[in-house]
Design a protein around this ligand. Structure first.
Ligand SMILES: *Cc1c(COP(=O)(O)O)cnc(C)c1O
Length: 367
């Protein structure tokens, strides 16, 4: 009876495609070439095609992807970048590591994503860019965000780390702004077996600049035109990601099916369920429930052997790392309230019907 359900079973995705991963491993190991080679070039072409962008560049991580774009736009000390108050801290860190200041924008309670109506009051003469995050796998409302950005001359960088394959009005995340940053951290919808990230864009100048920045500021060997970085997606990870990219649509579809089941089974419960606007096709990176009794519910779930987590327990502006910004408690009340009430329940492509059934059964029993 008390079989325990993990929050996430990552090994299941490895086992499902094991022979394909084994082939990819053999191919790369036998090639004798491990950084910036044919696998990366193929993956970049395939992922750009998937996102419907002109270019894709593989880099070391999602954080690097965000940061390299901001660096390429020459955003630095004295500049401000608008970020969601409700996001994983990497979105903010990318701005800080460039020397610029992250300026929080509150989310819509219905979607957890940046509220376009809150953007203008956060803009100042120092503003240079906006980073909307497609949180939990659902895109932000990009049309009004792009309109405001255009009217103030700001760049738009999508943080698509949780949204591989998500659509906005039929168009894929990754091609909805001036550039997008993806993460291939293992738990993401498209995850490597180590760290990795990518930038997508259709801007040839940006693409050339980042190609140099990710490789020591050089476009021909040992000739360095700027002070670049070392941030490259390696051949093995690129080869593994090519395998998974072929299955991404199918895996996202399976996540949708589980999410649909949760929405149906929990419709009459007291939890607040995720809202999906008519224009959104989310990929359900996380399935988020909300309740003022969050802590009690999570304790109960854990006692019943159902894994659950909080994404995220503390908003960036209240983290010790950001004490220097002096954004005291109450600065972002909507985000702060969300952080106190949300919890995430298990969702992964290989989850079977029995497991999904057991989760909703446990959830419905008590609350
Ligand atoms: C995972 C994530 C990142 C960072 O990606 P890494 O590959 O871990 O550096 C950035 N933003 C969001 C929203 C994320 O979920």
């Amino acid at each position: 009876m008390n079989l325990s359900i993990p929050f996430l079973d990552l090994k299941a995705s490895y086992l499902e495609l094991k022979t394909e991963f084994d082939d990819a491993y053999e191919r790369v190991m036998n090639s004798g070439w491990y950084i910036l080679g044919a696998e990366l070039e193929s993956f970049e072409a395939e992922f750009a095609l998937f996102c419907r962008t002109e270019y894709c560049l593989g880099v070391g991580s999602g954080l690097d992807a965000l940061q390299l774009v901001l660096k390429a736009w020459e955003i630095g000390p004295g500049d401000e970048v608008l970020v969601p108050s409700n996001t994983f801290i990497a979105t903010w860190l990318a701005v800080s590591h460039c020397g610029a200041r992250p300026v929080p924008v509150e989310p819509l309670e219905s979607t957890f994503n940046m509220n376009p109506d809150e953007i203008e009051k956060a803009i100042s003469p120092r503003s240079k860019a906006i980073i909307p995050v497609h949180l939990y796998g659902q895109t932000a409302d990009m049309d009004p965000i792009n309109e405001i950005a255009a009217s103030y001359g700001l760049k738009v960088l999508e943080d698509a780390a949780q949204a591989h394959g998500a659509r906005y009005k039929g168009r894929r995340a990754g091609g909805l702004g001036n550039a997008a940053a993806f993460s291939f951290y293992p738990v993401k919808n498209l995850g490597a077996f180590g760290d990795g990230g990518a930038i997508t864009t259709s801007d040839p100048e940006l693409m050339a600049k980042i190609k140099s920045l990710r490789n020591y500021g050089s476009s021909s060997k040992y000739c360095h035109v700027e002070k670049g970085y070392n941030s490259r997606l390696d051949e093995l990870q690129a080869a593994f990601l090519r395998v998974k990219l072929n299955h991404l649509e199918d895996w996202n579809q399976r996540r949708r099916k589980i999410a649909g089941y949760y929405l149906q089974e929990l419709a009459a419960s007291s939890y607040s369920l995720p809202q999906v606007p008519a224009w959104a096709e989310p990929v359900w990176h996380q399935f988020i429930l909300r309740s003022p009794q969050r802590d009690k519910i999570m304790e109960y779930l854990q006692r019943q052997g159902v894994g659950c987590m909080i994404h995220y327990p503390i908003p960036p502006h209240l983290q010790s790392a950001y004490a220097d910004l002096m954004l005291i408690s109450g600065t972002c009340p909507i985000s702060e309230k969300i952080h106190q009430e949300v919890f995430s329940i298990p969702i992964w492509p290989q989850m079977d019907d029995r497991t999904a059934h057991r989760i909703t059964e446990v959830l419905r029993r008590q609350f």
